[in-house]
Design a protein around this ligand. Sequence first.
Ligand code: MG
Length: 249
Amino acid sequence: MEYISRSNIAKMVGSTLVNASATDKCKKIISWSWEMLGSILIMMGSPISVKGLDFDDECKDKITAKKTEKEFTLVLDLDETLIHSDMERTSFLDEEILVKIGNTIEKYYVKIRPFARDFLKALSNYFELVIFTAAIKEYADKVIDYLDPSGFIKRRFYRDSCTKKDGVFYKDLTKVNSNLDKTFIIDNSLSGMSLNPQNGILIKSWYKDLKDQELKIYEAMLKKNVKPKDNIVKSISQMKRKYPKNVLN
Ligand SMILES: [Mg+2]
């Protein structure tokens, strides 16, 4: 449904009512009134449904998304932040993932970082969770599907969304959310966050330490230090001062 401007109404009235009967004129005017009311409700983001209004699917999606939106968007890197993978099998990398790239199928062996699934589940209650990886879509989708079978991760950004310069892939967070007061990234790589350094929290790269507790620590830290209506840049700055011995700096 398109929003109806005054000029559009004038055009509709001019073109369709001139030769209409009195009854048809009344029907048309009632129909337009319903449409205008519907447009106003949609513009207000109202979840109210009005019998007789025909919201198309796109409008319904917008309304539903607005109802479930979280205030903050937490962007997560994938490799060495939430998982580690390699093309060589070891006893440690125990999950085999087949990735189809063009006409070839490549095998990757994957291990999930300790607490990663708990981290996603817990923080999905507070933040909209997004993956932003420099990996290609074919690989990343398979890994994310394995990592997050419950679907706590709501959106995915791949290598083709990165900004490439001198062979390095940078992540521009404004592609995820234009409001950088409410968006932040956790990444094991400084280059991943160097376009928006004030919105970045570094985490130790993870390869195989099964006693690693970083995600558990970060979960507790974020729950404690990010409050509703915060400016996330200020919150991160405060966390960096508060936890000087952590890897945040
Ligand atoms: Mg990484």
